[in-house]
Write a protein of this length. Structure first.
Length: 129
């Protein structure tokens, strides 16, 4: 697992990928069941999304008897890292401080968020001194 997706992933495609990351390999029926805990997903819709993710190089599958077993070709943390970098670059010109300031100004940061940010900054300082 290491290649980046060849194309952007839609929100619906991400929802499918997210439940596959939780436990794979998975059949389309298992994926539908997992998605249906959040909202009502039609089997045909899920199969279309799975097909798109395979075409985009994000998923692979293996046929076992009469079922397809799907597995991700990119790890969740790799995808998150890529999307975070893209998001910060696009909206904040690569600067993280305005992003955090926006949350802070709207009181959207919890005490735990602040503590985690402090720990990250401390770790960065130790590694970059």
């Amino acid at each position: 697992m290491s290649q980046a997706p060849k194309a952007d992933i839609s929100n619906a495609e991400f929802d499918v990928l997210d439940v596959i990351w939780d436990d794979y390999p998975a059949t389309s029926g298992e994926i539908v069941d997992r998605l249906n805990t959040k909202k009502d997903w039609h089997e045909k819709t899920v199969k279309t999304l799975l097909s798109r993710l395979v075409k985009k190089g994000v998923l692979d599958f293996e046929k076992q008897q009469r079922q397809y077993l799907y597995r991700p070709l990119i790890a969740r943390d790799e995808y998150t890292k890529k999307e975070t970098t893209t998001f910060v670059s696009r909206l904040f010109k690569g600067k993280v401080a305005p992003l955090v300031a926006g949350f802070a100004n709207q009181n959207a940061l919890s005490r735990q968020d602040v503590d985690e940010l402090k720990a990250l900054i401390k770790k960065w300082e130790q590694n970059n001194d």
